[in-house]
Each structure stands twice: as structure tokens, then as C-alpha cells.
Design a protein. Structure first.
Lengths: 297, 263
């Protein structure tokens, strides 16, 4: 048995992570312990009409499992676990507009992010190339970029809804508009700072402009471009949740809002966790791509 | 071939009245190895870049093989001081990039054979699939030289290629360069700071002086002297300093650099 494994930094860090996680769960558990027998359900006999009325008012005398508790207090760990098991056991169900499985909602969000991001790539990378290569265009575009960049993507939403007249496409547009700036700026910067000597090599070899762009400038600027894409993807994933809350219909953001309206905190917490995990996976994907194009000088 | 490359009345001025150098004229015969020596800032690299078509002179012309050089071309192979290899490509692909640019319609095997041939020429066959970051400084510079040779240029331009190398490595690569140049009868123009390097390699050495203020006003830099190397052609590094005439030649150049090259 090799003891070095247990002394490695990774192992110790992992151990601390687990401890933190357990601690958080313990605090959660402690804070949601059922308070001392709350006024025991009134055993007074009520008429059928009264019971019906109470039920309508949300004061059901006989709470059905945890259903009623969700409205009264923060969910306990057990309720949380039950919800997660339920959601994960059947992620693809579809019971109409307001009741879809988590995977379907995620799929919608990822589709919107993917499309908006793809369009942003198609626009930002060639444009960034032009801006990076031409000092004239760089200066000409600069004021627009500086003004448009700090605008919250959600501020575009009303304009998008009015002009596009389609909530789903408006969501895609918002993702596009927030993804485009970091990519544009990073591409332009990466292209502009390609080493003079590599360009000199290309020109002494009489390389055609297209070949120079694809074989010299693109690989040289790729790490910077990928950094821009990674930042864009991070922002896009932040924005899609808010955008879907506004627009409604489908998506993980709508799911959060809908479950808030249902006062199902366990579902809200579950969705929050899912958003975090998916965001992390997206970031890891770009980190891997980044490592793939990075070169050591 | 006489006057294969002619440089005529070249001048470069960043400030109109104070040109860095002016009236620089010289020529290289085919197969000749010419070194240029001078202090930093005298404009050596500018002259080389104009010859390569990478820079433009304020006035004057460069003719290669009877045609004026107006832009960078495959006719001249340039070895840069900083080797300028693409760090994301292996040695093989770096050189293949040059070969494919020179002969775009070659098949893959043809390109690969040409690459292997030049890599063998500089003795790097074992490192052919390594990335530049995995090579030592001397090996990187060898790849730079191999890349310049790979396109079979009419003229080789070397911008202080061994400046960043340690003395031992430099010696080895100098000898490799001599043997390759002798084999291929390449015409070479090289910038150096190293007097012994110039004496070892060059058939002729151009001594450049810096521009500066004298009692008669500003005097621009330029080629002050041309020294023809009198030592026998078959010289090598280990016996160089035993050759008759070596010390006179060396003293002459060092004296120039110390006392006459700067105002």
C-alpha cells in the first residue's frame, strides 16, 4: 500500500472538500429540524364543507406527506433528496407546458445557448480577424464596441421581443449579443499581437493571404480566441437563466421561475444545482479545447 | 557569377536630415559568403531586411539576379535572429510549411522527402517530430537554417543567427553551416557581431560605421571598409588562429570596431 497517495495535495484537498460538503449538509440539517410539535393538527370535527373550504384555502387539515411543508418552511435534506431522486429518475417526462422533466428544460436552454453562441462565433471571429489585422478598422469599430459592450444583455430583450416577435428567438438573440463582445475583443487582440517574426516568415515564403490567415495567424491567436470563447460561454450561461425567466415557456430559467410560483423550493434548489453543474461542465469543455490549442514558446 | 546581388546607394532615414546610413553600395558574386560587422544601431538589420524585401529603404535599390527586389520572395531564404519557428508545429511541419509554400503542387511524400533531406543536412533526424519548445537553442537555430535551405533559395540571408547561442554550440553550428554552404555553393549574406565568426565564414567582410555628430556636422553611417579574407578557403575553427595572416586580419577588424566605427 502506497502511503504517498494519502499525502498528495490532491488527496488532502479532496478530503477537505468532502468535509466542507458534509459540514454544509449538517448545518442545513440542523436548521431544518422539525420544530417541537407544532400545534397538533386540530382534531375538532369539521364539516365536509369546512374541510373542502380549508383545502381550497391551502389549510388542509391532513397534510399529504411533505407537500404542505414546502409552503411553510425551508425543505429538509430528506425532502431535497426525494426531489432529486424523483427528478433524476424521470428527466424526460412531458406533462404539458408547465410540467416538463429537467432534461427537457436543460435541453432547451442548451439549444438556445448553443445557437446564440454559434452565431456569435460566426460573426465575432471573422470580424475580430479584420479588426485585428487593420489598425484603421480597429479604431473605427472601437467606439461602437466600447459603448455596446457594457450594456446588460437583458436590456436588449424588449427591443428584441418587439422586432423579432418570437420569444424563443429573442432569447437566442440575447445570448448572441452577450457572447459576441468577449470573443470579438479577444480575437482582435490575439490577431493583432501575432508575432511580427511569424508574419515575416510567411511573407518571405510568399504565402497567400488565406493560407497565412489559416496556417499562421489562426493557430498563433487560437489560445487568445479560445479564452474569449470561454468567457463568452460563461456569460451566456449566466444570462440564459435570467432571459428564460423573463421570456418564459421552456428552459431551465423558466423552470426555476415556475417552481418558485409553485413554491416548490426543493425543485428550485435542485435546478440551481443543475445550473451550476452544467456551467462547470461547459467551462471544463472549453478549458480542454484551450489546452488543445495552447503552445509553449 | 559576378554581381549576382547588387545593392546600390541604399539609404534609410527615420529623420530626414539624419539618415541612419546612406550611400551603401556593395555586391555579392554567386557562391560568395559575405559578412557584415558593425555596432548595434548602425542599420545592419535594416539592410538585410531591405535585401529580403521585408523593409523598404528611403532611397536606393537592391537587384538580385538582374531583377529589383521590391518585396519578400521565395528567392531568398531568411534565418532570423530569434529562429522564428512556429511553436505549434513540429520540426517536420515547420519545414514542410516552407516546402509546401515553395512547391504548392508537390505531393505529400515529395514534401516529406524534401523535409527529411534538409533535416538530415543539419543533423536533426532524431528530433524531427519534436516541437520547438522541446529543442535547445542551438537545435532551434538549426531548424531555422534547415527551413531556409529547404526552399532552395538563390540567396541566404542570415540575421545574426548564432547571437543567442553559447560559444560551444555556436562553433559546432558554424562548422555545419560551412560544410552545407560548400556543398550547395550557396550565396550567403550574414550579419554578425563576432569577429572570429566573420573571419571563419566570410570571403569578404563589410565593416559598417555608425552615424553620428562630428565637428563638421552630422555624418550618416555606412560601409567604411571592405576586407577581403586572405586566409585559405579550407579553414576550420580549430586551426583558424594558427593560420598566417589571421592576427593581422583580426586586429584590423577589432581596431576598426573599437576606434573607427563610432564617432
Amino acid at each position: 500500500m502506497n502511503l504517498a497517495v494519502f499525502r498528495s495535495l490532491e488527496f488532502r484537498a479532496g478530503l477537505v472538500s468532502v468535509l466542507i460538503f458534509v459540514f454544509v449538509l449538517a448545518v442545513w440539517h440542523a436548521l431544518t429540524l422539525p420544530t417541537a410539535v407544532t400545534s397538533a393538527p386540530s382534531t375538532t370535527v369539521v364539516s365536509a364543507e369546512q374541510a373542502e373550504y380549508d383545502k381550497l384555502m391551502g389549510k388542509s387539515a391532513t397534510p399529504v406527506s411533505g407537500e404542505a411543508q414546502k409552503a411553510t418552511g425551508f425543505p429538509t435534506l430528506a425532502q431535497m433528496g426525494a426531489t432529486m431522486v424523483k427528478q433524476l429518475a424521470n428527466p424526460f417526462y412531458d406533462n404539458g407546458p408547465n410540467d416538463k422533466g429537467i432534461a427537457i428544460q436543460l435541453g432547451w436552454s442548451l439549444l438556445r445557448v448553443g445557437l446564440g453562441f454559434l452565431i456569435a462565433c460566426i460573426v465575432a471571429i471573422p470580424l475580430g480577424f479584420l479588426i485585428g489585422m487593420s489598425p484603421l478598422l480597429r479604431r473605427a469599430f472601437d467606439p461602437f464596441i466600447q459603448v455596446l459592450k457594457p450594456i446588460s444583455p437583458l436590456a436588449w430583450m424588449p427591443l428584441a421581443l418587439y422586432t423579432i416577435k418570437d420569444s424563443s428567438i429573442s432569447g437566442i438573440f440575447v445570448i448572441f449579443i452577450c457572447s459576441v463582445w468577449p470573443m470579438l475583443i479577444n480575437t482582435a487582440f490575439g490577431v493583432a499581437s501575432v508575432k511580427r517574426e511569424w508574419l515575416n516568415v510567411a511573407s518571405t515564403l510568399e504565402v497567400t493571404p488565406l493560407r497565412k490567415a489559416l496556417k499562421v495567424i489562426l493557430p498563433a491567436a487560437a489560445p487568445t480566441i479560445l479564452t474569449g470563447m470561454r468567457i463568452s460561454m460563461g456569460i451566456a450561461w449566466l444570462v440564459i437563466v435570467a432571459a428564460e425567466m423573463l421570456v418564459g415557456g421552456t428552459g431551465i430559467g423558466y423552470f426555476v421561475w415556475n417552481e418558485w410560483n409553485n413554491l416548490s423550493l426543493t425543485n428550485v434548489i435542485f435546478a440551481i444545482l443543475v445550473i451550476g453543474v452544467v456551467g462547470m461542465l461547459l467551462d471544463m469543455m472549453f478549458a480542454r479545447l484551450q489546452r488543445w490549442v495552447t503552445y509553449v514558446e | 557569377m559576378e554581381g549576382f546581388l547588387r545593392v546600390e546607394r541604399l539609404a534609410k532615414a527615420f529623420v530626414a536630415e539624419r539618415p541612419v546610413f546612406s550611400d551603401v553600395s556593395f555586391s555579392l558574386d554567386g557562391g560568395e559568403f559575405v559578412c557584415i560587422i558593425g555596432h548595434s544601431g548602425c542599420g545592419k538589420t535594416t539592410i538585410l531586411n531591405v535585401m529580403a524585401g521585408l523593409d523598404t529603404a528611403t532611397s536606393g535599390h537592391v537587384f538580385m539576379d538582374g531583377r529589383e527586389v521590391i518585396g519578400p520572395s521565395l528567392e531568398s531564404g531568411v534565418v532570423f535572429q530569434s529562429h522564428a519557428l512556429m511553436p505549434w508545429l513540429s520540426v517536420r511541419k515547420n519545414i514542410a510549411f516552407a516546402v509546401e509554400s515553395r512547391w504548392p503542387d508537390w505531393k505529400r511524400e515529395q514534401v516529406d522527402d524534401a523535409v527529411k533531406a534538409v533535416v538530415e543536412l543539419v543533423g536533426l533526424t532524431g528530433a524531427i517530430d519534436k516541437l520547438p519548445s522541446q529543442l535547445s537553442g542551438g537545435m532551434k537555430q538549426r531548424v531555422g537554417i534547415a527551413r531556409a535551405f529547404a526552399i532552395q533559395p538563390k540567396m541566404l540571408l542570415l540575421d545574426e543567427p548564432f547571437g543567442a547561442l553559447d560559444a560551444l554550440t555556436r562553433g559546432t553550428i558554424q562548422e555545419e553551416l560551412i560544410s552545407i554552404v560548400r556543398k550547395t555553393h550557396q550565396t550567403v549574406f550574414m550579419i554578425t557581431h563576432d569577429v572570429d565568426e566573420a573571419i571563419l565564414l566570410a570571403d569578404r567582410i563589410l565593416l559598417m560605421k555608425n552615424g553620428g555628430d562630428t565637428s563638421d556636422g552630422y555624418e550618416s553611417g555606412g560601409i567604411a571598409e571592405v576586407v577581403v579574407n586572405p586566409l585559405p578557403k579550407e579553414r576550420n575553427r580549430s586551426t583558424l588562429h594558427h593560420l598566417a595572416g589571421y592576427y593581422e586580419l583580426r586586429n584590423n577588424i577589432v581596431d576598426f570596431l573599437v576606434s573607427r566605427a563610432k564617432h
